[in-house]
Design a protein around this ligand. Structure first.
Ligand code: AMP
Length: 487
């Protein structure tokens, strides 16, 4: 959710996880645990803000949740029965302390902390206008635009100001916010990013994924709906849907790769969907082989499904070292190449002399696949076939999943035959878009109105890309100049 420089509209995006709790003892400790379960959504930095009934307390740092929030002393410095937290992940560029979320501001009505998962697509345009009108930005995150829109809103209540602000932003956002008396959760009208509601001993919890409820023993209640705002106070929970209805466009890549397999997203278990993806892959592009080998960990569920469907043994032919970060996180190509080696090793005994089908979730730059195939060939594989659990990733995401710039997306610049040659496989096949839709429970893709956001595969962006296209400043901005009441 940001560009390192607000006017530098390049590919720098973030992936994030959010968590919030209201009304429980040990709010900070629960938040730290919840964030730990969401660590896969962001490993660059972590932050927690709490409210103790009188004061807000905050702590933010680079690195993992465990690096920042494992000591009792740190948790003691975060007293209070309500808290929000955030983990963030970006791959390159300036990483500065002031961008670490949750952001906090003292506004007319009191303190306001906010954590954001997603990416606003008109933040640069809005920011330029806000700066012209005197707003002083403290960070380069798109999220801060929301704070300034709230601060300058002419509405009276926090919720009305928030609605006023959100009517002006485009893009993908799941939000948690904390005020002096409420925990607020929001999902954008298309519901691009997930957000779920849970309870624990009378406390309410908001989290990006259900795995963050499981870790603290909380009960899943329901998904927050697209366009819904929930406000949790001492009097309970209130829900409103103040925005015009938009078609739901949940990110299909959450199912392919991003969410944790043990999470249920939009009512569906992610692992089951990934297994179904494997079944679809086997039906669409089977080739005779001796072993189905996943690229761990993300290729495992699809490989299980493939193996079941094809009746070919599933083998751990590649072993992953769990003590290194994601290869993707390394900013230079040289290190990234090394990262793949640090992370994976071929299990020669399961590979030598065999015809192997490698199953991975996706190919982005192609670095991982190239190295993995080289490794598997060196381990003596007779044939190497690769099957990918989604269609070719040929377009950038502007809604909160980090992707390199288009030039660096292998599928944006090469045909499948060229990719097969570059990666050096005997055959390469991707899942078709219709099969992906079947795996998530649809009859196929409804081309007239796709049921999910699949822009990374199709290039059809369901939400305007104002900043990217250099399009017009949104009309609603006139609200800022308006002293009267907005819509
Ligand atoms: P690459 O070497 O760029 O082709 O990396 C592809 C691998 O990176 C995939 O197999 C995934 O496991 C992982 N991956 C895919 N998309 C992302 C993403 N947006 N952020 C982090 N890792 C990703």
């Amino acid at each position: 959710m940001f560009s390192t420089h607000p006017y530098d509209d390049d590919h720098l995006r973030e992936e994030c996880g959010i968590f919030g709790i209201f009304g429980g003892a040990d709010a900070a400790a629960h938040t730290a645990l919840g964030l730990h379960a969401l660590q896969h959504r962001g490993q660059e930095s972590a932050g927690i803000v709490t409210f103790d009934g009188e004061h807000f307390h905050d702590q933010r740092g680079f690195g993992l949740v465990a690096d920042n929030f494992s000591s009792e002393e740190v948790i003691r410095q975060l007293p209070g029965a309500s808290a929000i937290g955030h983990v963030r992940y970006s791959t390159a560029g300036e990483t500065v302390q002031r961008n670490i979320q949750p952001l906090f501001a003292d506004l007319e009505f009191g303190g306001f902390a906010i954590g954001h998962n997603g990416n606003l697509t008109n933040a640069i345009a809005l920011r330029k206008e806000l700066v012209k009108r005197g707003s002083l930005f403290q960070s380069t995150t798109d999220t801060e635009v929301i704070i300034h829109l709230i601060a300058t809103s002419t509405f009276a209540t926090v919720i009305d100001r928030l609605i006023d602000a959100l009517r002006q932003v485009d893009g993908a956002y799941s939000l948690v916010a904390l005020t002096n008396d409420a925990l607020i959760g929001v999902r954008d009208t298309h519901g691009v990013r997930p957000l779920v509601l849970g309870t624990l001993d009378g406390a309410y919890i908001l989290a990006s994924e259900t795995c963050a409820l499981d870790i603290i023993g909380a009960k899943f209640v329901r998904d927050i709906e697209p366009g819904e705002i929930v406000t949790i106070t001492d009097s309970g929970i209130e829900s409103i849907k103040p925005f015009a209805n938009s078609p739901s466009k949940f990110c299909i890549f959450e199912y392919v790769y991003f969410s944790r397999p043990d999470s249920s997203v939009e009512g569906q278990n992610v692992y089951e969907i990934r297994k179904r993806i494997g079944v679809e892959l086997a039906r669409e592009s089977h080739v005779d082989a001796d072993a189905i080998v996943p690229v761990p960990d993300s290729g495992v569920p699809a490989a299980v499904g493939y193996s079941n469907e094809a009746g070919i043994p599933f083998e751990f032919g590649i072993i992953r070292n769990h003590y290194v970060g994601r290869t993707f996180i390394e900013p230079t190509d040289r290190i990234r190449h090394l990262g793949v080696k640090l992370k994976h090793n071929a299990n020669r005994a399961e590979i030598a002399g065999k015809r192997v089908i490698l199953v991975d979730d996706s190919i982005v730059r192609g670095t991982t696949s190239t190295k993995i195939v080289e490794m598997v060939r060196q381990a003596g594989a007779k044939e190497v076939h690769m099957r990918i659990a989604c269609p070719p990733t040929a377009h950038c995401c502007f809604y909160g999943v980090d992707t390199p710039k288009r030039d660096d997306l292998m599928a944006a610049n090469h045909s499948i035959e060229e990719m097969a040659r570059l990666i050096d496989v005997d055959s390469l096949a991707f899942l078709s878009i219709d099969a992906l839709y079947r795996a998530v429970g649809e009859a196929g893709r409804n081309d007239a109105s796709p049921q999910y956001c699949d822009a990374c595969y199709t290039g059809e962006y369901p939400i305007p890309l104002t900043d990217h296209d250099g399009g017009p400043v949104p009309a609603q901005l006139s609200l800022l100049a308006n002293t009267g009441k907005g819509a």
